[in-house]
Ligand binder design. Structure first.
Ligand SMILES: [Fe+2]
Ligand SMILES: [Fe+2]
Length: 188
């Protein structure tokens, strides 16, 4: 995960997030087909989305990359940064919807399963598109807008985020993504 290029660091995290996102529609289909809800797995996905996708990855984008782009004259409203920020918020809302529905399902609420499926499908629809926009639009733009020194400083800031999270926690979340991809046969 340590590399000189901040956009390569973020792209590598996208590949980890994509493993979990790839599993999400498979789980939705299984639930839709009447299979039992693996509540533990859904809760682990919620924890991954909050700790890795949001705190670690979106944190680097929203708290470090986007403000730096703003300082370099990139508009923070509209396309692409404003749209990507809104998608982060949508992702957070969907993950909250998912965990609330999992809670309701465990409490015996009959309609909760449909809400779980809806939240999973929402997450599955949002992220591949979001990741594509960043890999093919935001990151090439970043590498044009920032000079070599600024890119190196940003890498250093990203590494500090990883250090705050801790190597063992980071590796645990990466291993979870690998595990989810394997058990749902969506490994890429
Ligand atoms: Fe993002
Ligand atoms: Fe991203």
């Amino acid at each position: 995960m340590v590399t000189d290029s901040p956009t390569e660091m973020l792209e590598a995290e996208h590949r980890v997030i994509a493993k979990v996102i790839g599993a999400v529609p498979v789980l939705a289909d299984q639930l839709d087909a009447g299979q039992a809800v693996d509540v533990g797995l859904l809760r682990d996905i919620v924890e991954f989305m909050r700790a890795f996708a949001d705190q670690c990855h979106h944190g680097k984008e929203e708290l470090l990359l986007f403000p730096l782009l703003g300082k370099k004259g990139v508009p923070l409203q509209g396309c692409p940064v404003g749209a990507l920020t809104a998608e982060h918020a949508r992702g957070r809302a969907l993950v909250k919807e998912l965990v609330d529905a999992v809670d309701a399902h465990q409490e015996g609420e009959p309609s909760a399963k449909e809400t779980v499926i809806g939240a999973l499908r929402g997450i599955a629809a949002l992220y591949p598109n979001h990741i594509w926009k960043e890999d093919y639009l935001l990151f090439p733009m970043t590498n044009k807008v920032l000079n070599v020194e600024e890119l190196q400083l940003l890498s250093g800031e990203f590494q500090k985020v990883d250090e705050r999270i801790g190597l063992s926690q980071y590796q645990r979340l990466e291993a979870f993504a690998e595990h989810v991809a394997e058990i749902t046969l969506t490994n890429v």
